[in-house]
Design a protein around this ligand. Structure first.
Ligand SMILES: *Cc1c(COP(=O)(O)O)cnc(C)c1O
Length: 358
């Protein structure tokens, strides 16, 4: 399905090995990229894996003006032998189609989505780090490539997948982060693009994230745009709250929250362990009151890149509060361990989440 044109100048094996000892996140890239074109006359065509390199774009390319762009993020892992595994890739394929719909873009068929990822990972398998916690982060994305300044859905698109070797997001376990409550900026409004994984959502969140950093915090948490009261999510991660009776709460999906695959996996794993998880709105005032009374014992954020990140402290213009001991909690750590063991093929995959190939 994907034509393969090998990179004539790949990174030499010895250099690659040195780079993979400390890959960091998002700064190192493999030798190849996958691409498929779409036009209103031809549909999807020209599927290939080629040498990774710069794109040449006309300055009037539509995406540069009106931001018709969507993306995904998922990881490939080595499984012992010579095998490779992806975690729930068809969920990414489905979400990519849903994001496309919202942004008036063509839907990429699931077999092309999965085929592009498998073809790229097969070409660049040697780039999956062998270090503890290592993975190959895959970034499928699509943008309006038509050269036209008129405001309308473009008639041409380019879909690409690039791959970036990643170490453990945080070495030696995630430290608890401090988060800043954005009381001025919101991320998503009803009827908007909050549930779509589009670059535009990130573009508009950066000023709030910069404010969080200025306030000495690591991440920003957004409240709902209507009442400015309900806790929604971080810039790129969903939230869970753990209570002293063992139950958990996560904000419900309703169009303004990104439907995380990690979120859905944690819901499933927690319920399987007998934990009661409610998908219900949680107010910022309640969060503070529950943390102060001790009713709330843990809070964590989750997403593909960092998997599970404990939240230790919450700051806002009205002051700050600490959650539990301010460090990683037991429920958070146990859920993280369970999820990563399944992802890496170290625990039984009872839900058919692990897609092995190669
Ligand atoms: C991608 C993303 C998430 C996490 O989704 P996963 O599928 O778990 O990686 C959460 N929030 C936002 C805004 C995102 O873009």
């Amino acid at each position: 399905m994907f034509e393969f044109e090998a990179n004539p100048n790949p990174v030499p094996a010895s250099e690659r090995a040195a780079l993979l000892e400390n890959p960091g996140f998002g700064k190192l890239f493999t030798d190849h990229m996958a691409m498929v074109r779409w036009s209103d006359t031809k549909g999807w065509h020209d599927a290939k894996v080629v040498a990774r390199g710069p794109l040449s774009l006309d300055p009037a390319t539509a995406v540069l003006h009106y931001a018709q762009e969507i993306f995904e993020g998922l990881k490939a892992y080595r499984t012992g032998d010579e095998g490779t595994a992806l975690f729930r890739p068809l969920e990414n394929a489905r979400r990519f189609r849903e994001s496309a719909q919202r942004m008036a873009m063509p839907e990429l068929p699931d077999d092309l989505f999965l085929g592009s990822i498998e073809a790229l990972v097969k070409a660049d398998r040697e780039w999956i780090p062998q270090i503890e916690g290592g993975s190959l982060y895959l970034r499928p994305f699509m943008f309006a490539s038509e050269v036209f300044l008129g405001v309308k859905p473009a008639s041409e698109y380019l879909y690409l997948v690039i791959a970036s070797p990643a170490g453990a997001y945080f070495k030696g376990g995630a430290p608890a982060v401090t988060i800043w409550v954005s009381d001025h900026y919101t991320r998503a409004a009803p009827g908007g693009t909050g549930a779509a994984k589009c670059g535009g959502n990130y573009a508009s969140s950066l000023v709030a994230q910069a404010e969080a950093i200025r306030e000495g915090c690591d991440q920003v948490v957004f409240l709902d745009a209507v009442e400015r009261r309900w806790v929604e999510e971080l810039g790129g991660m969903n939230l869970f709250f753990v209570f002293d009776d063992g139950s958990m709460v996560t904000p419900p999906l309703g169009g303004t929250i990104l439907p995380g695959i990690t979120r859905e996996s944690i819901l499933t794993l927690a319920r399987e362990q007998g934990i009661t998880v409610r998908e219900e709105p949680y107010a910022i005032d309640q969060w503070k009151a529950d943390a102060e009374s001790g009713k709330l014992v843990e809070t964590f954020a989750c997403g593909t890149a960092a998997v599970v990140t404990p939240v230790g402290k919450v700051k806002s213009r009205d002051g700050e509060f600490t959650i539990g001991s301010g460090g990683p909690g037991q429920v958070t750590e146990a859920l993280k361990a369970r999820l990563t063991a399944i992802q890496r093929g170290q625990a039984p995959d009872t839900h058919g989440w692990v897609h092995r190939f190669g």
